[in-house]
Design a protein. Structure first.
Ligand code: KG4
Ligand code: ZN
Length: 348
């Protein structure tokens, strides 16, 4: 791979349509994200068919825009990378097909990127974090609306899932609790704001799986307890929000503590996903990392949530090993990280 290789990245696995142009040295030449929040808000959640249509509508303009902003022509690209799973299949087909079209038209390599791998590698993007990127292995806590898992990142294409949610993803739990409290979707940020005015000790909510072996997560019992508290009508919404948030933060820190016990070689605790924006969650995980003498790394929020820079960066990491994909590669709605393998091509 050329040291100054340039990649176009495309993300369309959920409700963000995104494109970015990235140079191998980590320079973000251009990036754009179109959030479909407004399209889905009336339904209180992501509607797959609406998402697919919105990707189809917005992606071509976004790609044109980032190419113009980067000030390059397609001939100057070295590869096109698109998220090919896991995610909502309609959106994946739109993004991957568009990327294949660009690759075919301009004779470029196509790269099918695993969305979870892209989240896992984001902190390695040079210049993104104030300190030098962490070495492998590190522990990744992926906390979003669609994903909730704990992964040991041992190397490129080498991941061990240590635990995941048995029911809801943590962002989903925030959204459901927020809905019960009458807040708008997506409710995580609204719930956090409400919680600032509440007392976290007001009600005793369960802490699912706390102290249990392993590092799986469970949130449905907590959601049921919130529903009960709301129905009883004796606790202020602010207090329920604060108590819920405290319970989630305590559970996440406990699960991460177990994960670090399971992976003593981990050199850092990396947090990604929309829930990483939550101050109480961040604080609890930062305290854990500090107690273990490890750095806690959370990419800046716009790179914690879904974006195309992370997809382009995963492409750069793979291109370095010559790992390109066939144009007949099919997107996959399910694509666990544990099924990934290290690239076989030559390192450059
Ligand atoms: O990573 P993300 O933007 O999208 C995917 O799920 O792929 O995560 C969105 C989730 C939503 O469930 C949202 O409510 C939650 O992250 N979230 C938060 C906060 N900001 C976003 N949850 C709690 N506190 C926040 N400040
Ligand atoms: Zn994501």
């Amino acid at each position: 791979m050329k040291a100054d290789a340039i990649i176009l990245g495309i993300e369309s696995s959920c409700d963000e349509t995104a494109a970015a142009v990235l140079r191998a040295d980590g320079t973000i030449m251009a990036e754009a994200v179109f959030s479909q929040l407004k399209e889905h808000a009336p339904f209180g959640g992501v509607v797959p068919e609406i998402a697919a249509r919105a990707h189809l509508q917005h992606l071509p303009c976004l790609v044109t825009k980032v190419m113009q902003q980067a000030g390059i022509g397609y001939a100057e690209l070295d590869a096109v990378a698109a998220t090919a799973g896991p995610g909502l299949i309609g959106g994946l087909i739109v993004g991957a097909s568009y990327a294949k079209g660009v690759a075919l038209a301009h004779g470029l390599p196509f790269m099918a990127i695993n969305h979870l791998e892209a989240h896992a590698l984001t902190v390695r993007l040079p210049g993104l974090m104030p300190d030098t990127p962490p070495d492998f292995p590190y522990l990744l806590l992926l906390l979003s609306g669609g994903h909730c898992q704990c992964v040991l990142v041992e190397g490129l294409g080498h991941y061990s899932r240590l635990g995941s949610t048995l029911d809801d993803a943590v962002g989903e739990a925030f959204d459901k609790a927020a809905k019960l409290l009458g807040l708008a979707w997506p409710g995580g940020p609204h719930l956090e704001r409400l919680a600032t005015q509440g007392n976290a000790d007001a009600i005793a909510l369960p802490r699912p799986l706390l102290g249990r072996q392993g590092c799986d997560f469970s949130f449905s019992g907590l959601k049921t307890a919130v529903a009960r508290a709301v129905a009883q009508g004796q606790t202020r919404a602010e207090d329920i929000a604060a108590s819920f948030q405290a319970a989630v933060a305590a559970v996440l820190a406990d699960r991460a503590r177990h994960a670090l016990d399971m992976a003593p070689a981990a050199k850092a605790l990396v947090v990604a996903g929309g829930v990483a924006a939550n101050g109480a969650v961040r604080g609890a995980l930062a305290r854990l990392a500090e107690a273990r003498g490890l750095p806690m790394l959370a990419p800046p929020l716009r790179y914690c949530t879904d974006n195309a820079v992370m997809v382009a960066w995963a492409g750069i990491e793979r291109l370095r090993h010559g790992a390109i994909d066939s144009l007949s590669h099919n997107p996959r709605p399910r694509w666990p990280l544990a099924e990934m393998t290290p690239p076989e091509g030559k390192a450059a």
